[in-house]
Design a protein around this ligand. Structure first.
Ligand SMILES: *Cc1c(COP(=O)(O)O)cnc(C)c1O
Length: 378
């Protein structure tokens, strides 16, 4: 049996090698490393895929969030609601821009922002909500849209982990994650659902004025060369990355379907294991399984991870400490117990290897060692 990997970028490359190598060579021959034609052609294809009017390229997913927030021009000190159980990026850019991160709790089954907790966190200073579509599944967007409309807040979707997930509205119509909010962001970090061979990101919106503003800010705030209309940043997607991503976008459906197959096999292998919970599927969203995240009893989680490691099975804890209890955000004054679901999940979650090249044999081996440990210590 081959070594088990958490994510298998090498196998993905092997599958697409002729096309990727050709795209790479084309950029090398043109030497147009900055703003080459592939940057625009990739963005047009991405707009077409997501059914969104504007995709603005940038250097990474964190910059995408920063650009979205800068373009909204929120007043200093305005509050932005972000999930406490999440990667740090959204909270970080909020704080960097002189705004105030306000943490809300997540739902224990979906790991996504809990609309009730968001509603509780709203104050007269609230300006925006950042629903993060975590691990491959959409946040409860109908509820988010309702809270945002009621309090006149912007919705900024962080879609770094769920590109290709589809959200279905109560009326049965559907949209891709990233095409719903006032503005949305994604990351092309190599392990993300659409990953490059390095860093990259994009911002999405259907608002042409906002799109123009984001574009400007990403290019030093220039309205034309050496005319600086706004305080901006330098955030670009390299031509080489755009060329790689343009190829990989053509296969995003295959890779997402591959991970869905792998998830279904895990589900079946764990069907009788009562001491763990497999990822919940919500009725309103497809799941593209950026992660396959189990919930196990908190007292067994770290031991299980060590046991798997002994058997050469990688696993990851996303995320081991909720953001409201991190040193960097202590100044906001949160206490342990303030966001109990995020705190509980950070003790219970364990993400298993997940990529479209996992074999049935590897998955059986992973499941067998997981079950053995839980039975012996349950
Ligand atoms: C990866 C990630 C980001 C940041 O993306 P980078 O490209 O690494 O800057 C932001 N939000 C979420 C939820 C992510 O998973």
């Amino acid at each position: 049996m081959e070594d088990i990997k958490m994510v298998d970028l090498k196998a993905q490359y092997a599958r697409l090698k002729p096309e990727l190598d050709q795209a790479f060579s084309a950029v090398m021959e043109s030497m147009a490393f900055i703003n080459g034609p592939q940057v625009q052609s990739f963005c047009r294809k991405l707009e077409n895929y997501l059914q969104v009017d504007h995709a603005i390229p940038c250097a990474n997913g964190t910059d995408a969030l920063q650009l979205a927030l800068m373009a909204l021009e929120l007043p200093a000190g305005a509050e932005v609601i972000v999930p406490a159980f999440n990667y740090v990026a959204a909270a970080e850019v909020v704080a960097l821009l002189g705004l105030k991160p306000v943490f809300a709790d997540v739902h224990p089954d979906t790991f996504n922002l809990d609309p009730a907790s968001v509603e509780e966190a709203v104050t007269p200073a609230t300006a925006a909500i950042v629903p993060v579509h975590l691990f491959g599944q959409c946040a409860a967007m109908a509820e988010m849209v309702a809270v945002a409309a009621k309090h006149k807040l912007y919705l900024i979707e962080d879609n770094a982990q769920s590109l290709g997930a589809v959200y279905t509205w109560p009326d049965g119509t559907s949209k891709y994650a990233g095409a719903i909010g006032d503005v949305a962001t994604t990351s092309f970090f190599p392990s993300k659902p659409l990953g490059g061979m390095g860093d990259g990101g994009a911002v999405f919106t259907n608002d042409s004025r906002l799109a123009a503003c984001i574009q400007k800010i990403a290019n030093h705030g220039q309205s034309e060369k050496y005319k600086f209309e706004k305080v901006g940043i330098n955030s670009r997607l390299d031509t080489l990355q755009a060329a790689m991503l343009e190829v990989k976008l053509g296969y995003i459906g295959d890779f997402n379907a591959g991970r869905q197959r792998v998830a279904a096999v895990y589900d079946r292998l764990f069907a009788e294991t009562e001491s763990l919970e497999v990822p919940a599927r919500c009725s309103y969203s497809t799941h593209v399984f950026h992660q396959y995240t189990l919930k196990v009893p908190a007292r067994l989680r770290d031991g299980l991870q060590a046991h798997l490691r002994q058997h050469h099975i990688p696993s990851m804890v996303y995320y081991p400490q909720p953001l409201h209890l991190q040193e960097a955000y202590r100044y906001l004054g949160y206490q342990s117990g303030d966001l109990p679901v995020s705190e509980m999940l950070s003790q219970q979650v364990l993400s298993l290897p997940m990529h479209s090249e996992l074999t049935q044999e590897q998955q059986e081996y992973i499941a067998q060692h997981t079950k053995t440990y839980l039975e012996q210590h349950g």
